[in-house]
Design a protein. Structure first.
Length: 100
């Protein structure tokens, strides 16, 4: 029983609550518009005009899919943000988001 509880608690750690800084880019361009390479016009065009999905690009260039992309306000597309939420591998679930 102890081994089962240990294994279950270790598996639950896969979903890590975190505060992550990065840039909201789009699924088409990804890291091309990461930190230091922001492009509000392109990201807005891809999301609003081409149907791309918002993604979070961190300082190390990692692109995170956003589970609940509807939580990203359009005025943050292409801008630096801080996201509080749960990171699971290469995706994130946003609890709150604010511009930097």
């Amino acid at each position: 029983m102890k081994k089962l509880l240990f294994a279950m608690s270790f598996a639950a750690m896969g979903l890590m609550a975190a505060e992550v800084k990065g840039v909201i880019s789009d699924s088409g361009c990804g890291a091309k518009h990461g930190p230091g390479k922001e492009n509000v016009g392109c990201v807005n065009g891809c999301i609003k005009g081409k149907g791309a999905k918002p993604v979070l690009v961190t300082a190390d260039g990692k692109v995170h899919a956003i589970h609940n992309a509807d939580k990203v306000p359009a005025d943050l597309y292409g801008k630096a943000v801080t996201v509080a939420g749960k990171v699971d591998g290469d995706s994130v679930h946003i609890d709150s988001i604010k511009g930097n």
